[in-house]
Ligand binder design. Structure first.
Ligand SMILES: [Zn+2]
Length: 390
């Protein structure tokens, strides 16, 4: 009889644990749904502001002190850049730092990838240069064309889709890009016939206010930062990228014991999709002493759809996580998310990621997998506990 009671008691405990976990997982999934429900959370948009307020109030419910950290940056707004050949008008994307212009001239196709050497036996004075993407940086490509006397540069993307990029240097001539699908036939046409091209680079720089949601476990300097970006690209509700990571760190804040939570800041970064701008603004604003006192930054991005979870970043951290999950995947040198802003300041950082998936940056990124989200949360919690020595 005693044994039976003991067994019943064990079952009762197990059952209540399962139920508690299911309830908790449901909470994180509901957070993802709420964020998705706001629509695309593009930095600078009303949807993003609404999402920031939602996150702020959720962290306040956990008892954390919160703050919305503002920062500003510039974004290019395109008012209809194009490349026109005769009656054929192609949509174009003006590269950041290009000259704004409306100009026309005979087109010349530049061989190879348009480096300085490729202009040696080619006259492009007062011509529009047509060149393939790849081989060398955009900056070098545009500089070689400008130095050779070209009046405009049209870069043809190496894949069928469009291309938006930053030249990382100022130019006196327009530099635009067309999709591979539009540009490849144009390259052939220009190689065979004399083609006049009209290039319209019509962009304005607009100032955007970014918003990081910072939730502090206590007034003490943090030992750990848990981060995830909550902005998304235009047109995508960003369920996996990255309501998943945003909900994961929020749920970790709820489940961690107060003693550990007090050593952590939970940061939802804005403007990751504009080039890790939220995390770099955050890092720039942190006092050096706070940066130096950090044991680690854990970044969660795209963590609830697709493959098993992988980690990349500081080897001390990936090793520690392998101690928790021996067969975990590992990737090297991927700077495509907010951990990179911390690594740049020599803070040990690690990126939890499930890799690119078919809905990446598309309107169809609208759902996540509850089991995978829960797995990520559990691994994150175990990592925190190991790092803080409990
Ligand atoms: Zn992302």
């Amino acid at each position: 009889m005693r044994l039976l009671w003991a067994l019943l008691a064990v079952f009762a405990v197990l059952f209540s644990l399962v139920t508690a976990n299911q309830l908790q997982s449901g909470r994180a999934i509901r957070d993802v749904e709420t964020l998705v429900g706001f629509g695309a959370r593009v930095s600078g948009s009303t949807n993003l502001e609404v999402a920031a307020k939602f996150l702020q109030s959720e962290y306040q419910k956990v008892g954390l002190k919160t703050e919305i950290e503002l920062f500003s940056f510039e974004r290019l707004r395109d008012f209809g850049s194009s490349v026109t050949a005769g009656s054929q008008k192609l949509a174009a994307d003006t590269l950041y730092s290009s000259q704004i212009s409306d100009i026309e001239g005979l087109a010349v196709r530049v061989p190879n990838f348009g480096s300085k050497e490729d202009y040696q036996n080619l006259s492009v004075k007062a011509r529009v240069v047509l060149v393939k993407r790849g081989g060398i940086p955009f900056l070098e490509k545009a500089r070689a064309a400008q130095a050779a006397g070209a009046i405009a540069v049209v870069i043809v993307n190496s894949v069928p889709g469009r291309l938006s990029a930053n030249l990382l240097g100022d130019f006196a001539i327009p530099v635009v890009a067309v999709s591979g699908a539009d540009g490849t036939p144009l390259l052939e046409q220009v190689a065979k016939n004399a083609v006049r091209l009209r290039v319209i680079a019509d962009v304005r720089r607009t100032s955007i206010t970014g918003r990081n949601v910072v939730a502090r476990g206590s007034d003490a300097a943090p030992k750990l930062i848990l981060g995830a970006h909550f902005d998304s690209v235009p047109g995508s509700p960003g369920a996996n990228d990255n309501a998943s990571g945003t909900a994961a760190i929020l749920e970790m804040a709820r489940r961690l014991p107060a003693s550990l939570r007090a050593q952590i800041w939970f940061v939802s970064f804005d403007a990751e999709e504009d080039g890790l701008l939220g995390s770099s603004a955050f890092v720039q604003n942190l006092p050096t002493a706070t940066l130096d006192g950090l044991k680690a930054m854990l970044n969660f991005d795209m963590v609830a759809v697709n493959n098993k979870i992988s980690v990349g970043g500081s080897s001390s951290l990936t090793k520690l996580i392998r101690g928790i999950q021996p067969n975990i995947g590992e990737f090297q040198d991927f700077a495509g998310s907010d951990h990179a802003s911390f690594l740049a300041e020599s803070v040990p950082a690690v990126f939890f990621w499930r890799g690119f998936e078919p809905n990446y940056h598309l309107p169809s990124d609208s759902k996540v997998d509850a089991v995978l989200l829960e797995e990520t949360i559990s691994l994150g919690l175990e990592t925190v506990q190991k790092l803080l020595g409990q």
